[in-house]
Design a protein around this ligand. Structure first.
Ligand SMILES: [Cu+2]
Length: 89
């Protein structure tokens, strides 16, 4: 997370691998929350706390699929990011 954006906005990993988000923005908190703003089940797959500068959140993906996520503090500017989890060949 930097400049009020997810960077990279999309990442591909394998089943069983983890993604760690780090807030690189000075005094602007961010979250990594699965789903889309307004979803009934937002955060069902993962939902970080509000991350302050330098704070990190790690989630391990145990199932294949495409997982969109957004920031609950900036649902307009920070949304439609994606983790693509590929099954083992
Ligand atoms: Cu944010």
């Amino acid at each position: 997370m930097r400049s009020i954006a997810f960077d990279p906005v999309e990442i591909t990993i394998g089943v069983g691998e983890s993604v760690t988000w780090t807030n690189m923005d000075g005094f602007i908190p961010h979250t990594a929350t699965s789903g889309n703003p307004g979803d009934d089940d937002l955060g069902a797959v993962f939902r970080s706390a509000r991350l302050s500068q330098g704070a990190t959140f790690t989630h391990t993906f145990s199932e294949a699929g495409e997982f969109v996520y957004f920031c609950e503090v900036h649902p307009v500017m920070m949304r439609d990011a994606k983790v693509i989890v590929q099954a083992e060949e």
